[in-house]
Design a protein around this ligand. Sequence first.
Ligand code: 5RP
Length: 245
Amino acid sequence: MEKPAPGPDRAKYAAAEKALDYVESGMKLGLGTGSTAAYFVDMLGEKVAGGLEVVGVPTSTRTYEQARALGIPLTTLDEVERLDLVIDGADEFDRRMNLIKGGGGALLQEKLVATAADKMIVITDNSKRVSHLGAFPLPVEVVQFGWQHTQKRIYDLICGSFVGGVDIVRRMAGDSPFITDEGHFILDLHLKKIDEPEKMAWQLKELIGVVDSGLFIEIADMVIVGKDDGTTRIVNHRPPLRPFR
Ligand code: 5RP
């Protein structure tokens, strides 16, 4: 696989490449979704072709198709009790490694897979690091039935408990609503800043019609931050995750 020239793609590539150090034969791996995760899946495909023995659980149809085409052995979440590791991208991460995910619309499967994994490594670049989550619109997955009622409940919650106002936009794919792999809509909440992400995550989750939000609270164990020059920096919990190589 060709290394991209210095710049944002090189940063994603570098983060994905570094994540391979944490993968060893015999692992059950969650495979994330998005452009950074796609680099990782490509690289994993090369390693599998070279003899690495892993089995992957994809977090979206997109990743499933990519991994299958590369010959990575795949299974479903229900066929494994636990995963050893999930490697996925993020739209934002803060200093506590809380995340916003779902920019690619796969937040539900991503969260199901991440919470079934012993460890989560986030591969990302410096542009995703924030002091407060929320500049990136927060995706919330909602059932289609009565979605405008759900939107109103979300609006009331945000205005009543968090900030004075919020723009909520149903995500589109061209002229039609975007539909997730699970058959739901996504509402993008333009919040600008989230002061209490834990509280917001739980309160959103309690609303009828909401399936889940893109807030990943205390799920990530490590963030690999790729830089445009191809170097990486690691943000880690204590005790830190150790590479196998
Ligand atoms: C998909 C996601 C992605 O991980 C997130 O959008 C980051 O994507 P990219 O690596 O393309 O910036 O959450 O639902």
